[in-house]
Design a protein around this ligand. Sequence first.
Ligand code: NDP
Length: 331
Amino acid sequence: MTTNTEFQAWRVEERDGEYVGGTQTLNTADLPEGEVLIRVSHSSLNYKDALSASGNKGVTRKFPHTPGIDAAGEVVESSTGTPAVGQPVIVTGYDLGMNTDGGFGEYIRVPSAWCVPMPTGWNARTAMIYGTAGLTAGLCVQKLLTMGAKPDQGKVAVTGASGAVGSVAVELLSKLGFDVVAISGKASHADELKALGASEVVGRDVLAADKKPLLKPGFANAVDTVGGDPLAELLKQIQPSGSVSCCGLVAGPGLQTTVLPFILRGVNLLGVDSVEIPLEAKEGVWKKFASDWVCSKTEAAAKDIGRDDLDSALKAFLKGESSGKIVLDHS
Ligand code: NDP
């Protein structure tokens, strides 16, 4: 019987206006109501977790709170029978880790409609190497492909290339035969980005502010994980009929641009959400990563951390110093 089971969770509390995280003992009876109780063995670190842990009210309204927008583990109670007890599952997005206690705890309780069965050949750790960031990279690439992106059209840029989303996008695009230009503020990560498959690594200055409304088109397509002014500059450098998948805002949520890239070059700006999309859309991308899209370099380079390492790892995200994929192992 798992009801009233004690477990460990990395919980964030507000103390005198500061948000402080640390491991606490909770009870499964404290978890929100829901159809499925999952014993979480692994989670994945995302920028949104860092926002939640720092008290960002746009992500998490009430504290104390257990962050963790990603979780993978095994179903231990299921009032609907689907998923069944014993089924390994992945839960990402929806409200997990935002205002529903998330994967930084050893148990979560969620609606059955949030649970994707683990793809064949995967375990919880593998799933969490990809996590929401990998899923988002997959959705960005899928959208470019849907718009007709092909390797022979020219270079594909990836911004925030050393980050969790960007690094998976670099490897996946390279694996699919694209000539990938990694745009990164971390010169020290150039070798790692080349190892992931980037043919070129350039600094963020390639997207420095320029008054001209259009620039020489250097990229056929792009995956943008940073938003803000760099995205505005990127749009000016996209070839006619090219597309940019846009998923992030680390450089800011604003977008000051003109319509010229859109009306003179037919550039497509494609929005990507990995959170509220139908479960089948998530499952489709997970299955691809577990088969044709396997990113073996990302898998090999993933870092594992424990709950005690969460504080510093999350702070690195907020400083733009995080890189690659980080997995939280509860064992
Ligand atoms: P990371 O922090 O791992 O990566 C972001 C990268 O962006 C950094 O590593 C850095 O890469 C670059 N960067 C950081 N600060 C700046 C800056 N001020 N200007 C330009 N570049 C900067 O975050 P994630 O990869 O996890 O997430 C990226 C974005 O995508 C976030 O905004 C996140 O919220 C969003 N996201 C959206 C999702 C969706 O469903 N739409 C899902 C998942 C994430 P480098 O040093 O290489 O330039």
